[in-house]
Design a protein around this ligand. Sequence first.
Ligand code: IDP
Ligand code: MG
Length: 169
Amino acid sequence: MGQAVLILIKPDGLKKSLTGNILTRLSETKLEIVAAKMVRVSKELAQEHYKHLKDKPFFGEIIKYLQGDFHDRKKVMALVYWGNDAITKCRELAGATNPEEAESTSIRGSYGRITTSGVYENVVHVSSNVPEAEREIKLWFTPDEIIVDLYATKDVVKKELSCKIWADK
Ligand code: IDP
Ligand code: MG
């Protein structure tokens, strides 16, 4: 059955110019990319994303890490991959959370590191299971940003919504 999974190329992956390598590795899965964008991560978004880890001693550090504070790259690349066993396939390619324990051929094993202050800089985020993937995809993307219908949507009329448009349009 088709599954969706959220992938984030974290600020260390962008700083190390690994976007191409990571996307090439992920293309081995033959999964389909159904959404992609660059995101400037707010503290609120990072805290919501990692809320299940809020009691961990490293919580503050991973919030700063995801926001790009350690890499002067205040952005991440967010993608949704879709297809058979998407979560297992992508997590296998990513490798273990601790880059020192990750298979040396995996993305994290190849490019990750542990900082002197103990943060696992492991280049990518991959959702762990189906409910987590749904929660995360709904957190990072709106329905209009995904080119297939993954989850139920509803139509609402938004009044007096202010947004930016191109100045010459
Ligand atoms: P995952 O990214 O493999 O799903 P999680 O347990 O969800 O792992 O942890 C989220 C992120 O927090 C990890 O990707 C890693 O960057 C960081 N992290 C997790 N455990 C530790 C730890 O024990 N020390 C330092 N950083 C950690
Ligand atoms: Mg996780």
